[in-house]
Design a binder for this molecule. Structure first.
Ligand SMILES: NC(=O)c1ccc[n+]([C@@H]2O[C@H](COP(=O)([O-])OP(=O)(O)OC[C@H]3O[C@@H](n4cnc5c(N)ncnc54)[C@H](O)[C@@H]3O)[C@@H](O)[C@H]2O)c1
Ligand SMILES: [Zn+2]
Length: 367
């Protein structure tokens, strides 16, 4: 899987060669959202046309609601009218929204076209474009309708990040740090050392952070594709708490990565409180988290203002209510995570949330 992930600048100038090597025709539906179309559209289309690609260009509004049946339906129509058949493939140029929607369309159109991901947000480069999960949303829940549809290629050009708003950079950075916590202590130490350079998108730091994150995700997914051994589940470190925060904010007022950042602080506290993680490891983890920057007032409004009980209640998503148990990924030590099989008592969850609240409100010291 990692061999299909190419990180480089400008990666699309080698597209034709890479496509041929991977048995892909130079007939491609290129899907953008309106921002990536405006920012990179001409460049991407021009580069591909120069290399002899035949293209059908499509785009969707830049918002989460584009991951819907109605936009998929509209795009299928354009593809049928454009003469797209099974010999074509689809290139998704954008963040996770475009990647998930593009992957969904590719997986279903004509019983499946190959998909190539060209992620343009830090979150998409390090997380959503890798691993083959593609989905649209249903009014009753996010990402409920979808497929496992592995990308034939993931073409990552970190120079696309230069236009990304700071908030999105930190959002993606949450997942980057997550990989250090769950899988790679050396990487974690490297991230501690270069955090500011990475978030300033300085080279070679940003490319290295993207490359190592993407490879960790690919490796985890490869070893546990269908989430049977608990390994892939470790990618959800901090996410049980994060989902509660996202739900409390009605999925609108907090970015996923911001919720994950707070969620990882809770998960570090829980790991320590339950006796798995040393106090020193917890503290250094929290110190790294203290370097994240949130929009003014966000922590107060979206986390500190809520009671721990309210957050706990919202951590039960409808999906998980089926067995009404929360599952937690904990750390044993930096770089080593596991999915806790046992149930965690509510009072421990509440205590971890309270500890994290104290950390975020009292100048980041705890323990
Ligand atoms: N499939 C998976 O495994 C997986 C994993 C995590 C998240 N996701 C999904 O990913 C989505 C979130 O992805 P996201 O955070 O990338 O959000 P996004 O796709 O909404 O992108 C965020 C914003 O940045 C803009 N943008 C994209 N690239 C840009 C660039 N280079 N410069 C400036 N602006 C740019 C987009 O137009 C958008 O407005 C969610 O729908 C989530 O469910 C999927
Ligand atoms: Zn995530």
């Amino acid at each position: 899987m990692s061999s299909n992930i190419i990180v480089g600048t400008p990666v699309l100038s080698e597209a034709a060669e890479l496509y041929r090597k991977h048995g892909l025709a130079l007939k491609t539906v290129v899907l953008f959202d309106e921002n990536t179309r405006r920012l990179f559209g001409d460049r991407v289309i021009g580069t591909l046309e120069e290399q002899g690609f035949r293209l059908l260009e499509l785009s969707v509004p830049a918002r989460e609601t584009s991951k819907s049946f109605s936009s998929a339906y509209r795009l299928y129509g354009s593809m049928i009218e454009g003469g797209v058949d099974r010999s074509w493939n689809l290139l998704a140029v954008g963040g996770g929204v475009v990647g998930d929607l593009g992957g969904f369309i590719a997986a279903s159109y004509y019983r499946g076209l190959p998909v190539v991901q060209c992620p343009t947000t830090l979150l998409a480069m390090t997380d959503s474009s890798i691993g083959g999960k593609v989905a649209i949303n249903h009014p009753l829940g996010k990402n409920l309708i979808g497929f496992f549809h592995m990308p034939e290629l993931v073409l990552i050009d970190p120079s696309f990040l230069s236009t990304l708003p700071r908030r999105e950079v930190f959002g993606g950075m949450a997942e980057v740090i997550k990989y250090g916590f769950i899988a790679d202590r050396d990487f974690l130490e490297w991230l501690e050392k270069h955090f500011d350079r990475i978030t300033a998108l300085e080279e070679p730091f940003i490319s290295e952070a993207v490359r190592r994150s993407a490879f960790i995700k690919a490796d985890v997914v490869e070893k546990d594709f269908r989430e049977t051994t608990g390994l892939r589940a470790t990618l959800n470190f901090g996410h049980t708490f994060a989902h509660g925060l996202e739900k409390l904010a009605e999925y609108r007022h907090i970015r996923h990565g911001e919720a994950v950042t707070i969620g990882m602080a809770c998960a570090l506290c829980l790991s320590h409180n339950l006796g798995y993680l040393s106090v020193d490891a917890m503290r250094s983890g929290l110190e790294l988290i203290s370097r994240f920057r949130f929009p003014k007032g966000l922590l107060e409004r979206r986390f500190l203002m809520h009671s721990a009980e309210a957050l706990l209640e919202n951590m039960f998503s409808d999906k998980k209510k089926l067995d009404s148990k929360l599952r937690f990924v904990l750390l044993k030590k930096p770089g080593e995570a596991f999915l806790l099989e046992e149930d965690v008592e509510d009072r421990e969850v509440l205590r971890a949330i309270e500890d994290a609240r104290r950390f975020f409100s009292e100048g980041n010291t705890i323990g």
